[in-house]
Design a protein around this ligand. Structure first.
Ligand code: R5P
Length: 299
């Protein structure tokens, strides 16, 4: 039996493609905002006894997109859907999966708790910042990896004499996975985020050899681009040659264009987990679609 796909407003192009490829049914839904900003949702299809898949990236505007997802979940539950499944290609707040100091929230856990007020059967997401977040849920969380997808594209460039870089210690495993697919060594940058200044970072040490080597920096996400910009400077100062980037999510595409377009980078490989408007694309950016992979997970 066909499943019913309900898409929020955050990433409609990806949702439509997933629906086409999985040959499921696109549900009619109207989503609007009242004058005061409150969201209103109206699902026109009959959901009774249907397997429902709600597709929503919780990318910027993060809080709006989360609230919209909750509204759709509530509407679907009240319409007696047989099962409620969430496809969250980019999972907002995933960077805050632990307290770095007393007095902070564990935002990812709060989001997990909030989603679980609904009878959600399964969550499909992509490259969570930390796999620990899977454990915040008491339901199956399919954490789709983009490593093979991105590495396959990068391989087409046939770059020799390569080293794979993780721009922080937490990303070492991801870098090792890329490195084993690309048959290359790994180097690691030690990064420090200034707790008082949310997005400000300081790069401390480079562990490994990059002199005269081509470089692939891999990370789960680029938000402002400041980590990447600092990493590129450090790697160039240490004698790195051509620099490439593979990143699962570009969270704020307009900022990334501003920060990275003019930097000495050959190519940036990413996915469409967050929609990237035409005006935020640039020639160095190669976007690889997640539609087929996510369609397969739904089927
Ligand atoms: C951090 O732990 C993440 O893996 C990214 O490195 C980071 O969030 C990127 O943020 P920005 O682009 O703002 O430096």
């Amino acid at each position: 039996m066909k499943k019913l796909i309900i898409a929020g407003r955050s990433n409609q192009p990806l949702a439509k493609k997933i629906c086409q490829l999985s040959q499921n049914k696109w549900a009619k839904i109207t989503i609007s905002n009242f004058f005061d900003g409150e969201i209103n949702v109206a699902i026109q299809d009959d959901l009774k006894n249907q397997d429902v898949f709600i597709i929503q990236s919780t990318c910027p505007p993060v809080n709006e997109n989360i609230m919209e997802l909750l509204m759709i979940c509530d509407a679907a539950k009240r319409s007696q859907a047989k099962s409620l499944n969430l496809v969250i290609p980019y999972f907002g707040y995933s960077r805050k999966e632990r307290m770095s100091q007393l007095g902070e929230p564990i935002s990812a856990k709060l989001i997990a708790n909030t989603l679980q007020i609904f009878p959600v059967n399964k969550i499909i997401t992509v490259d969570l910042h930390s796999p620990v977040i899977q454990g915040f849920f008491n339901i199956p969380v399919i954490n789709v990896s983009t490593t093979e997808l991105l590495a396959k594209e990068f391989k087409k460039l046939r770059v020799k004499n390569l080293v794979v870089i993780s721009p922080d210690i937490g990303g070492t495993k991801r870098a090792r996975n890329f490195a084993s697919l690309l048959d290359a060594p790994v180097a690691i940058i030690e990064k420090h985020r200034l707790a008082s200044k949310n997005d400000k970072i300081k790069l401390l040490n480079l562990i490994g050899e990059v002199k005269n080597k081509n470089i692939l920096i891999v990370d789960d996400l680029i938000s402002t681009g400041s980590t990447m910009a600092e990493a590129i400077r450090l790697l160039k100062n240490n004698g790195g040659k051509n620099i490439f980037i593979a990143v699962s999510h570009i969270v704020v595409p307009s900022e990334v264009k501003k920060t990275l377009e003019k930097m000495p980078v050959q190519k940036i490989f990413t996915t469409n987990s967050v929609p990237i408007a035409e005006e935020d694309q640039f020639s160095k950016l190669k976007i690889i679609s997640l539609a087929k992979t996510l369609a397969q997970e739904i089927d």
